[in-house]
Design a protein around this ligand. Structure first.
Ligand code: HAM
Length: 420
């Protein structure tokens, strides 16, 4: 019997893991220069954090959460997202008391969704949250940060930024009522999902991909008609900052999000290069969430990048981005030279080289085969002569350069001169 991984939970083999790490590192570097700080959060939370935070009537809470009974009988959940969890942590540790915070976290999230390309039951996010800043300036900063990260990864032109506003909680409630009043007489024309949402979560109907529902929505009322002056000013402020920062966007008045906590700004970075799972990053403002989880009213805004999707996009655009190759492969002709080879590798690694030392013995021919297969640029050969004379033989595996034997202390400089 062969064991298999659980459906929707992937093994990331080295090539893919490398790609994911390269993407994560670039995004982290951008977060760092923007002055955002890391917070590490548990994978398990009390189920209430999400049912209260994300919303009882959302798909995530209704059908996608992995919940289990803890040994003491309490209900706990594998986190389906990080925002509610981050707010919980900030409240627990008093990080929001008269303070602003700019935080990020990274790691796996879990949702029982129907798996397909780009949609998994365990997937990685980099989440970013900013607390204590009520204006559109921080919304713009968050989008600027995304923009810089996507440009750094070479995928800027493959992504389209869509923004919308849901207004204040009051605007939203008024709009919800207007939408329900409009749709109710057409209930029978709606698809089954939308019919259910009409009672539980009507704004989500705007998201429907169903042709008949979409046709009906063409004449539906727009949120823009239900915004008060303050909400309107917030959205206008964001749009003008984005324009001044040179960040292209489109306003999509049908953009609503699958989580209940949003107010005012919502956004998604979307690509056409990945098929159906086009949202690579999404977020918005959630001014009511902190209070909903037991804190004092505090503004918040943030987003999460789907790292698996971003890595796929990076790969689709430029497969070389994440191709950090091995530099050197140390061939060890006899077992007694193992320590010397390890020391030599350590010297090179201190100089920033990626080096692997051959293990497991074997003839020079088979070791050279391994060196070649490893993708390394050069092999370093340590035999009797080299070890006694403190030298090393350098053999280029890809470039057409002569083999040479040189003093070990000259090796780092020699490699730098070769430009490898
Ligand atoms: P979300 O839209 O649910 O938002 O997820 C954010 C991103 O995570 C999506 O745009 C997508 O790239 C990725 N993602 C979601 N589900 C899956 C999946 N099943 N497989 C692969 N990737 C997936 C949130 O989670 C909010 N917490 C974002 C946020 C932070 N809003 C404010 N702060």
């Amino acid at each position: 019997m062969a064991f298999q991984s659980i459906r929707g939970m992937r093994d990331l083999l080295p090539a893919e893991a490398k790609r994911l790490r390269a993407v994560e590192e670039r995004v982290r570097a951008v977060l760092d220069v923007f002055g955002y700080e890391e917070i590490r959060l548990p994978l398990l939370e009390s189920t209430d954090v999400f049912s209260r935070g994300v919303g009882e009537s959302t798909d995530i809470v209704e059908k996608e959460m992995y919940t289990l009974e803890d040994r003491d009988g309490g209900s706990i959940a594998l986190r389906p997202e990080g925002t509610a969890s981050c707010v919980r942590a900030c409240l627990q540790h008093g990080l929001l008391y008269n303070q602003q915070q700019r935080l990020w976290y990274a790691g796996p999230m879990f949702r029982y969704e129907r798996p397909q390309k780009g949609r998994y039951r365990q997937f990685d996010q980099i989440g970013v949250e900013a607390f204590g800043m009520p204006g559109p300036d921080v919304d713009a900063e968050l989008l600027h940060l995304c923009h810089v990260a996507f440009e750094a990864l070479g995928v800027g032109s493959s992504l389209r930024l869509e923004i919308n506003t849901l207004g204040s909680a009051r605007d939203r409630a008024a709009y919800k009522a207007a939408l329900v009043a409009f749709l109710e007489p057409h209930r029978d024309a709606l698809d089954e999902d939308s019919r259910r949402r009409l009672d539980r979560n009507p704004l989500r109907i705007l998201d429907s991909k169903h042709p008949a529902t979409k046709a009906l929505l063409a004449d539906a009322p727009m949120i823009s008609a239900h915004l008060d002056n303050e909400s309107r000013a917030h959205f206008e402020g964001l749009k003008s900052l984005l324009s001044e920062l040179g960040i292209d966007f489109v306003v999509n008045p049908r953009l609503v999000r699958g989580l209940d906590y949003y107010t005012h700004t919502v956004f998604e970075w979307v690509t056409d290069a990945l098929g159906a799972q086009g949202a690579v990053c999404a977020g918005g403002r959630y001014d009511g969430l902190i209070e909903m989880l037991g804190g004092k009213p505090t503004p918040g805004a943030g987003f999460a990048i789907g790292v698996d999707r971003l890595a796929m996009l990076v790969d689709a655009v430029d497969a070389t981005v994440a191709n950090a190759k091995l530099d050197g492969y140390c061939v060890v002709l006899e077992e007694r030279f193992t320590a010397s080879a390890m020391q030599l590798a350590a010297e090179l690694r201190r100089a920033g080289r990626r080096v692997r030392v051959h293990m497991g013995g074997g003839k020079i021919k088979s070791q050279m085969k391994r060196a070649d297969a490893s993708g390394a640029q050069f092999a370093l050969i340590l035999g009797e002569d080299e070890v006694t004379s403190k030298q090393v033989t350098l053999k280029w595996l890809r470039a057409d350069l002569p083999q040479e034997t040189l003093p070990r202390e000259q090796l780092v400089a020699r490699l730098a001169r070769a430009g490898s």
